[in-house]
Design a protein around this ligand. Structure first.
Ligand code: ADP
Ligand code: FRU
Length: 326
């Protein structure tokens, strides 16, 4: 699986509550406290790869990376999660994009302030250098839209000239509040639409979002919409909408990358041939596990012996856990 998109450094602060303006938050302060502070590799596609790596898939990351001192940290961390980075495009003399993240233990919110000063986006020419025969699935983070449209055309052309093998599946994520993302909707086979993008478009719930987005897709596409504590929904090819509840942990401690986790786990299940309803269920279970732990590392223990995903042939027996089928 190839995930195309952004990698950055996340500078994470876990605080008792979201700070007030001009407040000083320290390790021992009384009103609010900083419980932990760490660097983590971030970026949607980079996070998708982390989760796919943890699940045992063989993910590759494709994106640009700054040649600055953070590069070693980022590449070493990709390697730690078995993510292949042979295709990354290094831009020397650029600053590494970074996010300052505040996680509130009180509400579970994750506030992200992101900055990308000068790192260029991936080009269609960069993408053309990848041998697509090595991949069964290419997932595109919703950014750099005009170039991504060109990259999707490259994959479609590849599929057209390799009719003897299964086509490479194309998925996209619409996450950010950017109107231009809508031009990706008719291009992909699987479209993940986040709550943030949906609300930006004025949609109020998962069913409405799926209906609206579906009207713009190519025939046979699958639309999937995760919605925080409400879980996720998908529209099946036959038109039926299936939903699955969330799996809240005992305590929500880190929601950074919950959506990225959901997408990665859903792709993992879909790519194995699981039904959409079972795949979103798996996505919600894995994302629910993620929000209960700090960072990614603890997930490697949680996923050992994990029976979240039934064998493809047993999928029907799990219908009972898919709710609100309309
Ligand atoms: P994003 O990170 O893009 O804001 P969401 O908040 O929509 O993503 O969450 C994605 C998925 O993560 C949800 O569908 C749900 O399965 C899971 N999730 C998110 N927040 C929680 C929570 N508080 N409890 C349980 N699961 C959650
Ligand atoms: C989470 C995330 C962070 C990163 C930010 C970039 O979804 O990928 O890791 O800082 O979003 O938009």
């Amino acid at each position: 699986m190839l995930c195309v998109g952004h990698v950055c450094v996340d500078m994470i602060n876990i605080c008792s509550s979201y700070p007030e303006e001009d407040q000083k938050v320290g390790t021992t302060t009384k009103v609010n406290r900083c419980h932990d502070q760490r660097w983590q590799r971030g970026g949607n596609a980079a996070n998708n790869c982390t989760v796919l790596g943890l699940l045992g898939a063989k993910p590759s990351f494709l994106g640009t990376i700054a040649g600055s001192h953070e590069k070693t940290f980022l590449l070493d961390d990709f390697a730690k999660y078995n993510v292949d980075t042979k295709h990354v495009v290094v831009h020397e003399d650029c600053d590494c994009p970074a996010s300052c993240v505040i996680l509130s233990m009180e509400t579970g919110s994750r506030t992200i302030i992101h900055s990308n000063k000068n790192l260029p986006e991936l080009t269609v020419e960069d993408f053309r250098k990848v041998d697509l025969s090595s991949y069964t699935w290419v997932h595109f983070e919703g950014r750099n839209v005009s170039n991504v449209v060109g990259m999707i055309e490259v994959v479609r052309k590849h599929n057209g000239s390799h009719k003897d093998v299964k086509p490479v599946i194309i998925s996209v994520e619409l996450e950010k509040s950017k109107p231009e993302l809508s031009s990706l909707i008719p291009k992909a086979d699987v479209i993940f639409v986040s709550k943030d993008y949906a609300q930006f478009q004025g949609y109020t719930d998962m069913a409405q979002t799926i209906d609206k987005i579906h009207s713009e897709t190519r025939p046979g596409s699958l639309v999937i919409c995760p919605w925080g504590e409400k879980g996720a929904s998908a529209r099946l090819k036959e038109g039926q909408i299936v939903s699955c509840h969330a799996f809240p942990p005992d305590q929500v401690v880190d929601t950074l990358g919950a959506g990225d986790t959901f997408i990665a786990a859903s792709i993992f299940a879909l790519a194995q041939g699981h039904k959409p309803e079972d795949s979103i269920l798996f996505g919600c279970r894995v994302a629910g596990a993620k929000v209960g732990v700090r960072g990614w590392e603890p997930l490697s223990h949680l996923f050992k012996d994990c029976d979240f995903l039934p064998a493809v042939e047993d999928s029907n027996s799990r219908r009972d856990v898919v709710m609100n089928t309309t």
